[in-house]
Write a protein that binds this ligand. Structure first.
Ligand SMILES: *Cc1c(COP(=O)(O)O)cnc(C)c1O
Length: 363
């Protein structure tokens, strides 16, 4: 039995070690997971309150149109309901985009490093991949544009970019989308949109009427704290959404995800708390890194890419023994760094102690 040829080039997603395994292996009872950019403050307490009072019926299929959540999003974001697509996480929308627009003989352009699922899914569809190195972590928009040709179907822009953390400037985004040929679908992945300093908002949604080749991806997994629910959304002109709806599974988001995402969506207070906590922790952790002379990339997100004195793997191995899980940059394509989620204040203080000890031992 032979699968698609492209599958020989890829491996299944290697998930990080499960918390219980690490506890057993190192004999520690508390693990702080700073490797997947989840929200350390949890999610809206209105969700738990709702779950205590309501029993949801799981016997029926969900609403495949996700009507209630769709109406709420359309209203607040000022888009048409027909301009929204939902996915089981925005990751599933990445998959739908590749399935709908990529095939052998065409190419797709993306930064490097960036979110790995763009490449992974593009390879499965047999498209040629063009990867354009970032400059100091910033997307090199001029080189990305220069790589676009008649056979380019999709360009991926992740802003703020994972794993580097920096964001595009609004004017640069506008210039790019203006110059990019209309036959190219421009994907703007704004998974960390809510963390962005409002003065750096690309106001991408306002560009949707002008650019029928733009799709914006956002998610409930990060700032809303609902990574386990699996729900995200895409915004684009109806012609694009219709194509994605053809490849979308009819019941791709669950009834509980739809319901709870709506509750989270309405709780602006929780979101504001998350952002202000995150910014406070970010400032004080950056101050600490400045003190010990470690460099880091500018971040508009809930994570930080930090340059390490030895390899990122070496620091990863040191930290995991003490109960902290981070992502070594070696696995993300940027050696001698680690990417870490900005956690709770008390955990970050403990992390700082560990980094201090590590730094003294290494230098
Ligand atoms: C986390 C993340 C996503 C995917 O999140 P979902 O949980 O699938 O919604 C997409 N893009 C980037 C850049 C991310 O960091």
């Amino acid at each position: 039995m032979k699968g698609k040829a492209a599958l020989e080039l890829l491996e299944p997603y290697q998930q990080g070690k499960q918390i219980q395994d690490i506890k057993d292996q190192y004999g520690i009872d508390r693990i702080v997971k700073l490797s997947s950019n989840e929200n350390p403050y949890g999610y809206s307490s209105k969700i738990d309150a709702f779950l205590l009072e309501h029993r949801l019926g799981f016997d029926m299929y969900p609403d495949g149109y996700t009507a209630e959540l769709r109406t709420a999003l359309a209203l607040k974001l000022k888009v048409e309901e027909s301009e929204i697509v939902f996915g089981s996480g925005s990751e599933e929308i990445v998959q739908m985009i590749c399935r709908a627009f990529l095939y052998p003989g065409v190419n797709t352009v993306m930064p490097k490093p960036t979110f790995p699922q763009y490449k992974h899914n593009a390879v499965i569809e047999g498209a040629e991949i063009k990867e354009i190195p970032t400059k100091g972590g910033y997307l090199d928009l001029a080189s990305i544009l220069a790589a676009v040709d008649d056979d380019t179907q999709v360009v991926w822009l992740c802003s703020p970019n994972n794993p580097t953390g920096n964001a595009m400037a609004k004017q640069d985004f506008y210039d790019f989308i203006t110059r990019c040929p209309e036959h190219v679908l421009v994907v703007l992945d704004e998974a960390y949109y809510e963390y962005l300093d409002p003065v750096r908002d690309l106001e991408s949604i306002k560009q949707l009427p002008n650019f029928k080749n733009l799709i914006i991806l956002r998610t409930f997994s990060k700032a809303y704290g609902l990574a386990g629910l699996r729900i995200g959304y895409g915004l684009a002109a109806e012609q694009i959404i219709t194509k994605l709806n053809v490849v979308r599974g009819p019941f791709n988001t669950t009834s509980i995800a739809q319901k709870l995402a709506l509750i989270a969506w309405k709780d602006g207070e929780f979101l504001n708390q998350t952002i202000s906590n995150n910014n406070r922790v970010k400032r004080s952790f950056q101050y600490f890194l400045d003190q010990i002379g470690w460099e880091y990339y500018p971040s508009e997100t809930n994570f930080l890419l930090v340059c390490t004195p030895k390899s990122g793997i070496d620091l990863f191995e040191y930290l995991i023994k003490h109960g902290f899980i981070v992502r070594p940059g070696e696995l993300l394509g940027i050696p001698n760094t680690i990417r870490l989620t900005l956690g709770l204040e008390k955990d970050m203080e403990q992390l700082q102690q560990l980094l201090l000890t590590y730094n003294n031992e290494e230098t």
